[in-house]
Write a protein that binds this ligand. Sequence first.
Ligand SMILES: Nc1ncnc2c1ncn2[C@@H]1O[C@H](COP(=O)(O)OP(=O)(O)O)[C@@H](O)[C@H]1O
Ligand SMILES: [Mg+2]
Length: 270
Amino acid sequence: MSILEVEHICKTFEDTEVLKDISFSLEKGQVVSIIGSSGSGKTTLLRCLNFLERPDKGVIRVNGEVLFDAADVFTGQEAEIRKKRLHFGLVFQSFNLFPQYTALGNVMLAKELQAKERPDYKEKKKEIHEEIQAQAEALLDQMGLSDRKGNYPHQLSGGQCQRVAIARALALQPDILCFDEPTSALDPELTGEVLRVIKSLADQKTTMIIVTHEMAFARDVADQVIFMDDGYILEQGDPMQVFENPREERTRQFLMRFTQREKGGVSKRR
Ligand SMILES: Nc1ncnc2c1ncn2[C@@H]1O[C@H](COP(=O)(O)OP(=O)(O)O)[C@@H](O)[C@H]1O
Ligand SMILES: [Mg+2]
């Protein structure tokens, strides 16, 4: 059974159809790279998966369970949506760390809030806190940030901030980790450091959806590549097929533009 099944998702903003009948599935432990021009709907798709936008049509299933069905009358309460969101971890381009918390504090925060809802929280507070701290520390170690746990975001480089953001997303043990252009705000050196961390997560069989403009990375890390164009999935396949032998002329043109840019020594989008 697929860990994620997305079926016929459509989303319209005012008069613009931004997502047009999007369907794909993802197996546990697999990585899908989503590529495509600016404005093709990649971010909106991730936002729909994370309940930040409500699709007009379609169904989203995780582990066979229907998380969202546009045909249902929406009765979701905030608490229910929060619970559904836990299936997905989201890492944005802009880190979105809380400036008033240290790296460790940022990673622990969501877990701490979650723990407060446990019936045994009051009596086991100290124990629970220690457990959450140990888990957060282990994640920061895994991100190569052992000596940065007590630093605040303004004391960290962009690459370090993004690794904290990845640790924070992992802390809630999501089924699927989603990245939206995780390195677009970073210079090439820091980009490499973040991409290495994501690659090591892929090697550990973390299920991931990665929206990126780093074409060499998209190809290297993925089991499956999706090319989005104007709200459609225009092409979908294994990385060799999409990158070496694209079926669609528009995929080929898109890849040419990026390959030329990467050859020119500039891996950034703009
Ligand atoms: N909240 C919104 N309201 C209106 N239009 C939006 C909104 N969010 C995105 N769009 C439009 O949807 C299209 C796809 O945007 P987006 O999903 O951000 O694309 P991408 O991430 O591929 O660059 C764009 O034309 C964008 O202007
Ligand atoms: Mg985007």
